[in-house]
Design a protein around this ligand. Structure first.
Ligand code: SF4
Length: 308
């Protein structure tokens, strides 16, 4: 064995148990009038094989029913892994990677994030260098940051200059949004806000159960309009129409899904209207390099000629 190599004593502390079985239970709940607990008990009594569980999930996914996947969390906790290796695990997820660093080097103080100087850097007389590096890193993150959705897709987006706030209910509400589910979405400067609104609307339209008209028709109309609009077939009055329709869905649906669907359309248009107008004028995204397909381009020209 190479003596230069230190052996790691990795220990598994905890892990998500039976995640596939829980996903299977989530799918079965969708197709049953039994409560999730009753279903879970049934599954345990039926002693269904792991292969059958995988097969069932595969069949459901093939039909396009993927929403239960959002409820499932696969996680594990390990100790003894070097920091560089754990970064390898998460390097493709900048949010997690950044979180690891920030927990190590920052502390929460007087509603502001203040740097904590590592003792080793202080001993080495590198305080200034360390502070300079963190300042530069913050500046670079700040430059790449375009906007943040602070509480999941049902909450209004905030611009990068609005998010230097504490992540608590009052502060986020004062800034004009909500903490909602706490599912923070960070958008960099390559994100087209029209495309972002479209992606979210596709989700809500798919999830709408169709029971009440404002949600059923509203999400469908918004999705279709955003598809045409994003592809370059939009006209100026679409912008106000989308805003107006979204505002009118608010508070008029049976469950909160209808309200939730409108947030990123209204806040997106309010804060990034120039991107919507750019789409009308140029037929493609202002950022992100999305250009319309030639066929879509000619459909757009026909739309404009017809004055629709
Ligand atoms: S608002 Fe709720 S109840 Fe109404 S159609 Fe949408 S999902 Fe169904």
């Amino acid at each position: 064995m190479n003596n230069n190599r230190a052996e790691m004593q990795v220990k598994l502390i905890d892990y998500a148990s039976t995640p596939l079985e829980k996903l299977y239970a989530a799918f079965r709940t969708c197709y049953s009038s039994d409560s999730p607990i009753e279903i879970w008990d049934k599954i345990k009594a039926e002693k269904i094989s792991h292969e059958r569980v995988r097969e069932f999930i595969g069949e459901r996914l093939k039909t396009g029913h993927a929403s239960p996947l959002e409820q499932i969390v696969f996680w594990f906790a390990i100790a003894g892994v070097s920091r560089s290796l754990s970064h390898q695990f998460v390097r493709h997820r900048i949010g997690i990677s950044f979180e690891q660093q920030s927990q190590r080097y920052v502390k929460f103080k007087q509603e502001r994030l203040a740097f904590v100087m590592p003792e080793s850097w202080r001993r080495a007389g590198l305080e200034e260098e360390f502070a300079g590096l963190l300042e530069r890193t913050s500046e670079l993150y700040g430059r790449a940051l375009k906007a943040v959705v602070p509480g999941g897709s049902s909450t209004p987006v905030l611009k990068s200059d609005e998010i230097d706030i504490a992540m608590d209910f009052d502060s986020v509400a004062k800034a004009g949004s909500m903490l909602g589910s706490g599912g923070v979405v960070v958008l960099d400067d390559t994100t087209c806000m029209v495309k972002f609104a479209l992606r979210t609307m596709k989700f809500y339209q798919h999830e709408s159960c169709g029971w009440c008209i404002p949600c059923r028709e509203g999400t469908d109309w918004l999705k279709k309009t955003l598809i045409r609009f994003h592809s370059g077939g939009g006209v100026n009055k679409d912008i106000d129409n989308m805003y107006y329709l979204s505002e009118n869905m608010l508070g008029r649906t049976f469950c909160p899904l209808g309200d939730a669907a409108t947030s990123l359309v209204t806040s997106g248009i309010r804060l990034f209207r120039e991107e919507f107008e750019y789409h009308v004028k140029h037929g493609h995204c202002m950022v992100g390099g999305m250009h319309a397909h030639p066929e879509i381009e000619s459909a757009r020209e026909a739309t404009l000629k017809a004055g629709v």
